[in-house]
Design a binder for this molecule. Structure first.
Ligand code: ARG
Ligand code: ZN
Length: 849
């Protein structure tokens, strides 16, 4: 066996598979140390194939024996696969391999979690189960037999037969190997039934460990809501008689859309009011919808190759965002999505890890399950919809489903459907998929004799490997307000295609106040100098809720920047605007809470970097605290009144109405705590009958350096609940004083409950550390060292989670020379670790540049 050096894969090198698969029969004889997998695969030559050598992927497999058409063969085996001579024409390949699920700490392929067997095969995990052409453009019909000493034995599709210690499954829908799944364990189901519009009765199950059965009802409600929504909004019904969801404690990602057998990180499906927050409920609802929606956008139509990942992920995120908006309100959802995009994707785009929505090359595909592929990918779908309109979008999607059902498609196929359905030329739009970086649009205007000219100039900064950028096709939604705040020109979708374009609005009585990029119509950064007075008018009157919020956001950002730069107290006019919003009962509480929440320390750092300054994390931290203190002092009386009216009586209801009230109540509580020595928060903690109220109160107390007693009580109360204990670990780091963040994290790694091999627990500590800007970037580099130590320790066990967490260092270049030096040293130490995984090697190399 020879180890091959990590290779870069290029989109341009795509070659159609030489052989296609008709059917796959798999037999699993489960054993923790020595599971046997017998495969029988019917291959036939692909007439369009461009590969002439028969090749099967395979990693960490012990081949016991192989035959072709019943004749024993001796393949040539490498560390990544095998090859052997094959007949012309169709043939049957059989192989018997041995694998060791209990030793699989990477959680990729077949592995064990808390005594149960489960799988994760996307992107390239199936090759760790048996030899196979592990690529999404090879689709086969799978039959599976599982033999094992477990009460529940599950695989994809429909059950065929079962007996004591065995079960057989058949999935009639051809699928790529990455959608294969197997689960075996001591599980119980929360079950329900759903009848599709086509009249199909579908059995629904959420499988969990016996103790978690009381945490399934909400997920089931969300699943049924998703099924109804996809029928009503996209005309897509479910296509099997059974839909299974399984909760797993050890999982690298959120969840996985395996055909008919979705596997979830338990944190993304289990919910109950006393252990889950409103935010958890909303996230769980969205992820259940996301995985369910993949059944059409991902499974029925899959990706030709992994460069096309955004084809399924961007579209499916767009679909789950719309679903959440329909259920919980579009304005607040759009604000939350824009916040996430800016915090994760814009930051990725601004650093060494910037890559196009459809990357052109990769070393390890798992490193490209990114905010750019997912969230920016979703924005591209949203822009397409804006450009072709609602009817055009519907026609394009109908064509896409008709034309590509059962296929492995590309972005070109996807765009062609829009062109064919609507006649729009999307040649320039296609650049969005290939060009990395966040476009910046500079807005200037003038007003002469009743005519208003609005000029938009676009520029995309260079990104690694892409020094020169071309102008993009950008939908910019614009409306105009009169000085009194009334709308004089309703929303118009301007299409910016040139480097610079001017748009004319005639017949205006007075110089208007422009409201640009309404509803965040494109994932761009706006450079728009507007007076605080104009922003005040937009905050008070804009008919577009997103831009109303955005105006307040920019005012808040400017207040924070003035505090960081000159120690300035907030402008009284800003405080008046905030007070007016806080007390405006016409506004939804959730929306008011979004306006009241200040930009994060990271957001302030982003703004400074964009202005060419070097952010000082300690200074940003204390300036932001000062501003919060000033807001609390100025709005004390109103906040006190709002806090009282936002108390939600009666039994807990996770839906948007009550959740919005709790969000606003807890937002004002975080301010009030700065003035009342924690009295209200302590009382709320004491009386809380749900996790939202309990943990919000605890967070407020920790914020002011109190809450140690509550923290201990919280632990005593919840030590039996893994998911709640993840919160316990994370919260005390996230809410620590920057001088103590690293020591807090370090001492928590010595806590007996710190199970570092569990990705959720590892992330609860180190995600919180990396997310605490001032704490992580402590000047002596102790934060960097602690994280590096643990990444080096985790990498040999779990490369995927390690590589993902290395991104904590990706903003290196924006800091001062001392910090840069220290970060570089930490990264270099990781890079020099012997036998570092391919995943982590690629990430460190990209960050170091
Ligand atoms: N397709 C999954 C989703 O719903 C994510 C799987 C990611 N897995 C991985 N190994 N990168 O988004
Ligand atoms: Zn997905």
């Amino acid at each position: 066996m020879k180890d091959s050096a990590p290779q870069t894969v290029y989109l341009a090198d795509y070659a159609a598979p030489g052989w296609l698969v008709d059917s796959v029969h798999l037999t699993f004889r489960l054993d923790p140390e020595a599971t046997r997998v017998v495969s029988r695969i019917a291959f036939r030559p692909n007439p369009e194939g461009t590969q002439d050598r028969f090749y099967l992927d395979g990693e960490n497999l012990k081949l016991i024996g192989a035959t072709i058409d019943g004749q024993p063969v001796t393949p040539e085996i490498t560390a990544t696969g095998l090859t052997c001579p094959v007949p012309d024409g169709p043939f049957v390949w059989e192989a018997d391999v041995e694998i060791a699920p209990a030793a699989n700490t990477a959680l990729d392929g077949l592995y064990m979690s808390g005594g149960m067997y489960c799988t994760q095969c996307e992107a390239e995990g199936f090759r760790k189960i048996t030899y196979y052409p592990d690529r999404p453009d090879v689709m086969g019909v799978f039959s599976v037999r599982i033999e094992g000493d477990m009460p529940v034995l599950l695989s994809n599709g429909n059950p065929v037969a079962s007996g004591d210690g065995w079960a057989e499954w058949h999935d009639p829908w051809p699928k790529p190997a990455y959608l294969f799944a197997l689960v075996a364990g001591d599980l119980v189901a929360h079950s329900d039934l759903f009848t599709t519009t086509e009249g199909r009765d579908v059995a629904l199950n959420i499988w969990v460990r016996p103790g978690d059965l009381d945490k399934c009802a909400f997920g089931m409600t969300a699943l049924k809501a998703s099924m109804v929504w996809d029928e009503q909004v996209y005309g897509r019904a479910y296509d099997l008689d059974l839909f299974n969801i399984v909760a797993v404690d050890d999982f690298n990602m959120g969840a996985m859309e395996n055909k008919g057998l979705n596997i979830f990180n338990s944190s993304c499906v289990l919910a109950k009011s006393d252990t889950s927050t409103d935010a958890d409920f909303e996230r769980i609802e969205a992820i259940i919808a996301h995985e369910y929606f993949h059944n059409w956008t991902g499974n029925r139509i899959t990706c030709r190759d992994w460069f096309q990942l955004c084809l399924k992920e961007g579209l499916t995120v767009f679909r789950d965002q719309t679903f959440t908006g329909d259920l919980r309100g579009h304005a607040v959802k759009r604000i939350d999505d824009a916040l996430t995009l800016r915090a994760r994707q814009f930051r990725e785009d601004a650093g060494p890890l910037a890559h196009p929505v459809r990357p052109a090359s990769f070393v390890e595909i798992n490193n490209f399950y990114t905010a750019t592929v997912y969230e920016k990918g979703a924005e591209l779908v949203g822009m397409l919809k804006r450009l072709v309109g609602d009817d055009g979008y519907r026609a394009a999607l109908t064509l896409y489903f008709d034309r590509h059902d059962g296929q492995a498609a590309t972005i070109e196929d996807w765009l062609q459907c829009f062109t064919d359905a609507t006649g729009r030329d999307l040649t320039q739009f296609a650049l969005w998929y290939a060009q990395a970086g966040t476009p910046q649009i500079t807005v200037t205007d003038d007003f002469v004799d009743g005519t208003y000219h609005l000029t938009l100039a676009q520029m995309t900064p260079p990104t690694p490997g892409q020094p020169d950028k071309q102008p993009l096709h950008i939908p910019v939604a614009v409306g105009l307000l009169a000085p009194d705040g009334s709308e004089v020109v309703p929303t118009r979708m301007l299409e910016l295609t040139q480097a610079q374009q001017t748009y004319t609005f005639a017949g205006l009585a007075a110089r208007p106040i422009p409201s640009v990029l309404r509803d965040f119509s494109a994932p761009v950064i706006l450079n728009h100098t507007q007076s605080a007075a104009d922003r005040g008018v937009l905050l008070a009157h804009d008919s577009d809720p997103f831009n109303r919020w955005e105006a307040g956001r920019i005012l808040a950002r400017d207040v924070l920047l003035a505090a960081v730069r000159d120690g300035k107290a907030p402008d009284p006019a800003y405080l008046d605007g905030l007070r007016a919003t806080l007390t405006d009962d016409q506004l939804h509480p959730a929306f008011r809470a979004r306006i009241l929440a200040l930009p994060s320390e990271q957001d302030v750092a982003d703004a400074l970097v964009r202005a060419g300054e070097t952010p000082d994390p300690d200074r940003i931290h204390s300036a932001r605290r000062q501003v919060r203190q000033a807001i609390a002092t100025a709005l004390d009386a109103q906040m006190d009144a709002v806090f009282a009216t936002m108390q939600v009586p009666g039994p807990y209801d996770p839906r948007a109405e009550d959740a919005g009230r709790r969000t606003l109540g807890n937002t004002v509580l975080s301010y009030l705590t700065l003035l009342d020595a924690g009295h209200r928060a302590a009382a709320q903690y004491e009386g809380a009958d749900n996790m939202t109220q309990q943990i919000a109160a605890l967070g407020c107390l920790l914020d002011i350096g109190a809450g140690q007693q509550e923290l201990a009580a919280f632990r005593a109360q919840w030590q039996g609940d893994r998911l709640v204990m993840d919160k316990w670990f994370g919260l005390q780091i996230a809410r620590s004083d920057p001088a103590e963040t690293v020591t807090r994290a370090e001492s928590l790694t010595r806590d007996p409950a710190f199970d570092w091999k569990n990705p959720n627990r590892f992330r609860s500590v180190f995600g919180a550390l990396a997310g605490h800007m001032a704490g992580f970037h402590r000047q002596d580099g102790a934060g960097y060292d602690l994280l590096a130590d643990w990444l080096i320790k985790l990498d040999p066990l779990n490369p995927q989670t390690t590589a993902r967490m290395v991104t904590a260092f990706d903003a290196m270049a924006r800091y001062d020379a001392t910090r840069q030096e220290l970060m570089r040293a930490a990264l270099t130490r990781i890079a020099r670790t012997p036998n570092l995984s391919r995943d982590t090697t690629e990430m460190v190399a990209r960050i170091l540049g």
